[in-house]
Design a protein around this ligand. Structure first.
Ligand SMILES: Cc1ncc(COP(=O)(O)O)c(C=O)c1O
Length: 334
């Protein structure tokens, strides 16, 4: 029994998610063998890796006797939608504090449509940055307490040491599934935003006592901001399970080469990757997270890794976002 086994986990996902080889894509582009870890199939409301951080965060919320969870994010947030779904599954009330003034004009789409369908209480806050949503969450928490309720605040994106612990299992699954397939892991590549997924994967590698390139491709922050943040977060999460999370130089690998014009703004390479994966593999990616990171994974498979090596791309989810980009994705391309 380790300290990790004593971390409370709420049963909000279905694991392990599948690991599939992208044979047709690899044959087309050359370079290393590409595999996809299907975390878009975590079994909760259109899925996504964020289900994993929610399992440890809801585990903590339930252990503390919470009856309501509060979280925040942009209206495009996958974490926000999954929080609403997890709360419903566990019978908790949920408040979503969203950046903006309202749902906007026109028919609801993507994650916002799902937030409505899930029946979450929506609170809008017109603020300059996502960090400024925290006071609004605190206000909601005070109001709930004043009414005799027991609120639990989940940070935006699930970004927290407890959330990072949820991704240790992702690394364990990857190691087991690749061993079963008779291949090693030469690199793991995925979209990195707050850095929570990346911190948890690095912690998972530490727990397993292995070293491998865990390469986060940024979708909003720049390398000089994200790298030290992840280094710090791995230490904080490791401390929760009694481990020394200090990482050697070079262990935190972050690239911002595939970010394109900025967060949630489609890049040409990302749209091309979406087209290619849909047509070659029947795999659906989105313009905000997985399209851009797949463009990066393909580039790295060809330029950085060798033929015969194995590179795992984590499909972190975000599929509902596709429908918010109908104009970008429906243009006729050959
Ligand atoms: C689909 C998807 N992929 C990747 C990320 C980035 O995860 P993190 O913020 O933990 O780095 C997010 C964050 O919201 C996401 O929704």
């Amino acid at each position: 029994m380790t300290l990790l086994d004593q971390i409370p986990v709420a049963p909000v996902g279905q694991y392990p998610t599948p690991l599939q080889e992208l044979k047709r894509l690899s044959a087309l582009i050359g370079g290393a063998r590409l595999w996809v870890k299907r975390d878009d199939l975590t079994g909760l409301a259109f899925g996504g890796s964020k289900t994993r951080s929610l399992s440890t965060l809801f585990g903590r919320a339930l252990a503390e006797g919470a009856d309501t969870v509060i979280t925040c994010g942009p209206t495009t947030s996958n974490h926000v939608r999954l929080t609403a779904a997890a709360a419903n599954q566990l019978g908790l009330k949920v408040v979503l504090v969203l950046r903006g003034s309202s749902c906007g004009a026109g028919p609801l789409q993507g994650n916002m449509l799902l937030n409505h369908m899930l029946g979450a209480r929506l609170v809008f806050a017109e603020v300059d940055s996502l960090a400024d949503l925290e006071p609004a969450m605190e206000r909601e928490a005070h109001e709930i307490q004043a009414r005799g309720g027991k609120p639990f605040i989940i940070p935006g994106g699930g970004y927290s040491p407890v959330g990072a612990l949820g991704y240790v299992g992702l690394m364990q699954e990857l190691m087991q599934q690749t061993a079963e397939a008779g291949v090693g892991i030469d690199g793991v590549v995925f979209a990195s935003g707050s850095g929570c997924i990346q911190s948890g994967l690095l912690l998972g590698a530490l727990v397993a006592g292995v070293r491998m390139p865990v390469i986060g491709l940024t979708i909003n922050r720049r390398v000089d901001e994200l790298e030290p943040r992840i280094r710090h977060d791995v230490e904080a999460a490791a401390a929760l399970i009694g481990l020394d999370g200090h990482l050697p130089a070079g262990a935190v690998q972050v690239l911002d080469d595939y970010l394109g014009p900025g967060y949630a703004v489609p890049s040409e390479a990302g749209i091309e990757a979406i087209d290619l994966l849909a047509r070659m593999e029947g795999l659906l990616l989105d313009p905000c997270y997985t399209g851009k990171s797949m463009a990066g994974a393909m580039d790295l498979a060809v330029r950085r890794f060798e033929p015969g090596q194995n590179v795992i791309f984590i499909h972190t989810g975000g599929t509902p976002g596709i429908f918010s980009y109908a104009a970008d994705l429906s243009q006729q391309r050959t």
